[in-house]
Each structure stands twice: as C-alpha cells, then as structure tokens.
Design a protein around this ligand. Structure first.
Ligand SMILES: [Mg+2]
Length: 307
C-alpha cells in the first residue's frame, strides 16, 4: 500500500555547504577509517585475486586475512586514535606522550601490528627514549598511516612547528628520511584541502616531494600490489587520487590495487575525504563502519581542530 503523509512536509531547504575546515577534518578521519575497513578485506591480495574473489571490491564486508567483522578497522585507525588522544591529553604533539600511547595500544593486543612498530616500541620499553634510532631500513608506511591527528592538531601552524610535530610522532617507530618526507607531504596536502584548495595544490606537494626525493616518482608505470614500503604506498595513493575525481572512485581504485590495501585505502581516503568533503562519502560506507569507531573519529577530529 502506498503510504502518504496527510500533510506534506515543506520542501527541504538546500543543505548548507558542509565544506568548512571542521567538516573536511571529520571527512578526512571518516575516510581514514572507511579506507582501512574497506581495504583490509583485500590486504595482501593481488589485483587478479581480488577480481577473481570480488569482481570489483567496493563494499565493506570484513573478512580478509585478519578475519575482521564488517566495519572493523585495523592498526591504521586505532594507532591514529591513540595518537590523537595523546595529543589532546598533552595539549601538543609530544614524542613521549605518543610513545606511551602507542605502548599502551600495543599492550591492548591490537588486531594487527607492523614489524617496525613492534620492534621499536619494544626498544622504547627498554630505553625510555621515544625517538627510534635513525635507520635507512625503517621506511615502512607505519608513521604515515597514522599522521592525520598531527595534521588536524597543527592546522594553521607555522611550517617549522608542523615539521617538528610530524617528526616527533613519526620517529617513535620510524626514524627515516623517506618516512619523514612522506608524512610531511601528506600533512601539507591535508592542510591545503582543509583550507579549501583542490587537487592542483595537492599535486604541487607531490611534485615537490619527487623533486626532493626522486624515488617517489609516481607517474608512469601503474603501481599495483603496493608493499608496505612508504614509497610504493604513496606512489599508488597519488596515482589513484590524481586519476579520479571523487571520494568513491579514488577509494575503489586504490583498494583494488591490492597489496597493503588497508593502509593505501586509509591514506587515500583520508586525502579524498579532506578534498571532497563529507557529502562525498557514500552513505553505505558510512553506515557499514563500526558505529563506535564512526562516533570516535568524528568527535576526535573536531576536538583536534579545536585544540
Ligand atoms: Mg592495518
């Protein structure tokens, strides 16, 4: 039976444009969690395996090698949340507060943890030094995947303050020049997106990164099956971000490349969320995300922006 209201409601007023820095910050954090939850299903698969198992992978369905519940997130999101809480509690980005927060996070038996993160947090327990030793081998994406709270907390700050904050958090587990360059580039992109700039400005930051560190060159050969090496991570992310024009298209592109898909998904969707704003996030992904995670990332994003 067709049901109609006795009195029709007035036509909805056009929604105000929800593209303030705060709303973009929320979209970035939601994107990070959604990209993590979507990508985790296909982590370590090749594009061919994904195609065989899922066709085009585009629904948050859980599973994967971690046997996740649908909407569950992994270390990318939970380490970010731990870092964000530490920033809010300390009132600034502080290496020791971050190291203690990550240590507490590790004691909580997270669903997954990177090798470099584990090794350097165990070292921190022994030495009490929140800065890991400089290592050319520690160029994994583990510091870059959790850098968003630093971006939100330092929005509007001078570049030297932003760079110092990036390094303080990154060096707890990844003291590496390529990791630093990646983190600082991602934060610069998020800052410009929050301020309302578009893909062209982000492209400038990607070009600057390649000029300084040519190993990051991302144009040319398609980067499928990206590993946890931060260079491959950013190459795949930039290819997906700059080849698409929308949150959904960017995220579907990146996760179907497989490899370290939870982390590439998290980083790409963080950028795309900040770029395209909350209205671009598909309702089915927003709903599928674990409700507690959704609420926590929204609140933390706003708290970090107000900080
Ligand atoms: Mg992960």
């Amino acid at each position: 039976m067709l049901w109609t209201r006795a009195v029709s409601p007035p036509p909805a007023a056009p929604a105000p444009s929800a593209t303030t820095p705060d709303s973009r910050a929320v979209a970035a954090y939601l994107g990070l969690a959604i990209g993590d939850a979507l990508g985790a299903t296909v982590e370590f698969l090749t594009p061919r395996e994904i195609q065989h198992q899922h066709g085009v992978h585009q629904d948050i369905s859980g599973g994967g090698w971690l046997r996740l519940k649908a909407g569950q997130v992994t270390d990318d999101t939970t380490m970010s949340l731990a870092l964000g809480e530490a920033i809010l509690a300390a009132g600034r980005v502080d290496a020791r507060a971050a190291a203690d927060a990550f240590d507490a996070w590790m004691r909580g038996k997270p669903v997954d943890i990177g090798n470099t993160v584990r090794r350097n947090l165990i070292t921190y327990r022994k030495t009490g030094n929140p800065e890991a030793p400089l290592s050319e081998h520690d160029a994994g994406n583990g510091a870059a995947m959790r850098v968003l709270p630093v971006a939100l907390a330092t929005f509007g700050q001078p570049p030297d303050v932003v760079a110092a904050a990036c390094r303080a958090q990154g060096h707890v587990t990844h003291h590496n020049l390529l990791s630093d360059a990646a983190c600082e580039t991602l934060v610069a992109m998020v800052h410009d997106f929050l301020a309302g700039h578009g893909l062209d400005t982000a492209r400038h930051h990607a070009d600057t990164l390649v000029a300084r560190h040519p190993v990051f060159a991302w144009q040319g050969k398609r980067r499928d099956n990206p590993s946890g090496y931060v260079v491959e991570t950013l190459q795949a992310v930039f290819q997906a971000l700059f080849a698409t024009h929308g949150f959904e298209a960017c995220l579907v592109d990146i996760v179907n490349r497989g490899g370290d898909a939870d982390t590439t998904g998290a980083i790409a969707a963080m950028l795309a969320g900040a770029c395209y704003g909350p209205e671009a996030i598909p309702a089915r992904w927003r709903k599928a995300l674990d409700a507690g995670v959704r609420e926590t990332v929204e609140l933390q994003a706003l708290a970090l922006m107000a900080h």
